[in-house]
Write a protein that binds this ligand. Sequence first.
Ligand SMILES: *Cc1c(COP(=O)(O)O)cnc(C)c1O
Length: 390
Amino acid sequence: MPDQQDISYIINHLGEDHASYFNAIAPPIIQTSNFVFETVDDLRKAFEDEMGGYLYSRGLNPTVDILRRKLAALDGAEDALVFNNGAAAIFAGVVANVKAGDHVLSVQHPYTWTAHLFDKILSRFGVTVTYADGSDTAAFLSHVKPNTTFIYLESPNSWWLDIQDLRAIADFAKPKGIVTMIDNTYCTPIYQRTIDFGIDIAMQTATKYIGGHSDTLGGVLTGSSEMMRKIFLSEYLCAGNGIQPFNAWLLLRGLRTLPARLDRITQSTLKVLEFLKTVPQVESLIFPLDSSFSQYELAKRQMKGASGLISFYIKAENIESIEKFCNSLKAFRMAVSWGGHESLIIPKCAGIKQSEFDVNNPTHRLIRLYIGLEEPDFLINDLSKGFSGV
Ligand SMILES: *Cc1c(COP(=O)(O)O)cnc(C)c1O
C-alpha cells in the first residue's frame, strides 16, 4: 500500500481507476450533464444524498472527482471542492459561513474580489468586516469582537507578500468557534499545508500554479468532510459555480508537473532576486524567503518554499520612467494573473491615473514580477536592458 501522503503518489496515482476507462493512462473527460438510473429507488437515493453519487454535473462529476481527491490529499484534508475559478471558491467558502449580524476579521490587502465580496456584497446583508495588519498576531486578534465568526487570511498575499502566523491564529479561533479561512494561492500545498496548522478552510486559485499554462481557470477549497459537505449542498449547488469536466481535466494535466514547475520557478526566482539586489534602481525588494523580509523567521518556519512572485519598489522620479521601464521589457509580458509558463510584470501605477502619481507614496512605485519557466538569463538580460533605460 503506497503512502497516501506521498506527493508523487497523490499526483500520479491517487483517485485513478484505469480499468474503468479502457486502461487509458489519461483519465477521460466525462462530458455529460446528467447520469441515468435503472430504478425509482436508485434515483430516490441520489436525491436524498447528492454528495453520495453522480446525479447531475452541477454537483459531482467523475473527471472532477479525480482532481478533487488529489487536491484534498495534497492538503492533508478530508475533502475538497473544485470551482470554476478562484473567486467562486472564495465566494462559497465565505458565504457558507457568515450570516446577518456577523463580523469578519480579514487581513489587509486581500485579493481584489475578496475585498469586493466583503465591502460591496456582504455589507448589503448585514455582515461587517474589519481589515487589519496580520503581521502582529496579538494586534490583529485584538480586532475580534463578540460577534466575530470568521477570520480571513491570505499568507502570503500577492503584492506585499504579507504573512500571518497561521498556527497562532487557528489556535486562538478554534476554541471560540470562529471559522478560519486562508487564500493559499501563493504557496500551494506543496510549499504550505495550511490545514496542518489548524486552518478550517484552505482556498487556492488553481488558475495559477495548478493549471500552470495560462489556459484555464479553477478554484479549490479543502477542509473537513463536514465543512465541504455543508458548502456543497448549499452554495456550490445553488450558485452553480463548480468546475466543468474539460477544465478539470486541464487542471489534472497541470497537476502532473506541479512539483517540477515549482522547483524550476523557485530556482529561477532566486537567481532573478540576486540580480535585482545589484540594481541601483531597485529601492527595496519583497520576497518572503529572503533575509531582508520583515517576517523572515515566520516565513522560514511556516513555508517550505516561496514561489515566483517578487515585488520591488523602483527608484523613479516620475511615472513616465516607471512606464518606460515596464513597456521596454520583451521577455516579461504585461498582464494580470501569474503561475503560468510565461514571466509577467505588473506595476501598481497601472491602477491609478498618471496625474494621481505621487512619488512620495511608495505604493505607486511598487512593481510585481512573476518568474515563469524561461531560462533565468533570458529574464535577467531583459531586466538589465530595461533598467539601463531608466
Ligand atoms: C488570481 C487570484 C484569485 C482569484 O482567482 P481567479 O481564478 O482569477 O478567480 C484569488 N486570490 C489570489 C491570491 C489570486 O492571485
